[in-house]
Design a protein around this ligand. Structure first.
Ligand code: ACO
Length: 332
């Protein structure tokens, strides 16, 4: 990546997690699922996850995260030029969730759109937003990663329903000095593997009829084992490419934040680069897999714990449906 005279800097951060906690014990208590806390913890690292309230949709979670982010920066809604919402659970297919957030925030000047790329969406949205800042087109771009996966979860399928949770996180990008903010990014798709993780119905391919709904085709379908293999194979290359593009190596990284899909995937990547546990973000035990929200939620938690300071170099790695991979290095 060439070095522009303006960088895209993270000006602030805010998140929202719904109040309702769903524990493994509650899932274990449902005999038809035939699952256990022991299996879920051992195979995934998840202990509990949050669920949105009945009257909350992705735009509501996004708005609360965005308000927290704006409060963090002191920037007013009127100063936002663009809102990008990374999500696979928009309130509806259209209008874009970004339009609903723009209304809720009264961000009168802001344009906006959604970026549908599953768990990779936050990193790709960050890279997209940065282009508008470094080109000088926009001054303030709000990037939101938000998902309400509980609404597209097949609650009768134990191989997926134990994995997912709801949440939202937002960062505001603005102009910074060279060497601040987003230092590099890489993005790739392997469309050949797109059948491994999908929601087959509800788009232009398959209408949601009573039969389709009865077959749960309007829910997440996932071939977990094969995705696991693709993730463990692909993450090191994406991470290495992003570090190289930033002129850095693993020793220069202060914190690695990966998409939180499975503790075993996170640990495999950490081991590959020799990152000790204190350099690795883990929120999956309490949040489950929140798709596009997982990385901003982790950033906020690290900051609250005093583990993220100005100047830190953060490696972000997202992966998921597509099969898509995106990695970035950010100077905090
Ligand atoms: N409780 C008890 N047993 C279970 C459960 C459960 N909740 N789920 C599956 N099992 C059983 C299976 O039926 C199988 O039984 P069998 O051996 O009798 O057939 C056994 O456990 C092993 O199942 P696997 O699917 O092989 O389990 P695995 O160890 O692969 O773990 C998991 C499954 C957790 C889904 C894992 O494959 C994974 O994390 N995959 C990666 C997911 C991912 O990265 N997705 C991309 C990002 S997500 C996104 O984009 C939204």
């Amino acid at each position: 990546m060439s070095t522009p005279s303006i960088s895209a800097k993270v000006l602030g951060l805010g998140t929202y997690l719904p109040e309702r906690v769903l524990t493994n014990a509650e899932l274990q208590a449902r005999p038809e699922l035939d699952t256990s806390d022991e299996w879920i913890v051992r195979r995934t690292g998840i202990r509990e996850r949050r669920l949105a309230a009945d009257d909350q949709a992705t735009s509501d979670l996004s708005t609360l995260a965005a308000e927290a982010c704006l409060a963090d920066t002191g920037v007013s809604p009127d100063a936002i030029d663009l809102i990008i919402v990374a999500t696979v659970t928009p309130d509806m297919l259209f209008p874009a969730t970004a339009c609903l957030v723009q209304r809720n925030l009264a961000a009168r000047r802001a344009a906006g759109y959604d970026l549908l790329l599953g768990c990779t969406g936050f990193v790709s949205a960050l890279a997209t937003a940065a282009q508008f800042i470094t080109s000088g087109s926009f001054e303030h771009v709000l990037v939101i990663g938000a998902d309400t996966l509980s609404r597209i979860t097949d609650w009768t399928d134990r191989s997926t329903c134990v994995l997912f949770g709801d949440g939202a996180g937002a960062v505001l990008l603005g102009p910074g000095e060279p060497g601040e903010g987003l230092l590099s990014f890489v993005m790739s798709n392997n469309g050949e593997a797109s059948g491994l993780l999908s929601m087959p119905a509800g788009g232009s391919r398959l209408r949601i009829t009573p039969e389709v709904a009865a077959a749960h085709l309007d829910c997440i379908r996932m071939e977990g084992k094969e995705l696991f293999r693709l993730a463990v194979e692909g993450i090191p290359t994406a991470a290495e490419d992003a570090m190289r593009a930033a002129g850095l190596g693993p020793d220069d990284i202060d914190m690695m934040i990966m998409h939180q899909a499975n503790i075993r995937i996170i640990e495999a990547a950490a081991e590959r680069f020799g990152f000790p546990p204190e350099k690795v973000a883990v929120t999956i035990d309490r949040h489950g897999n929140t798709s596009a929200a997982s990385m901003p939620l982790a950033l906020d938690e690290l900051r609250a714990q005093g583990r993220l300071s100005a100047g830190d170099r953060v490696l972000l790695v997202g992966f998921g449906a597509g099969f898509a991979l995106a990695a970035a290095v950010v100077r905090w």
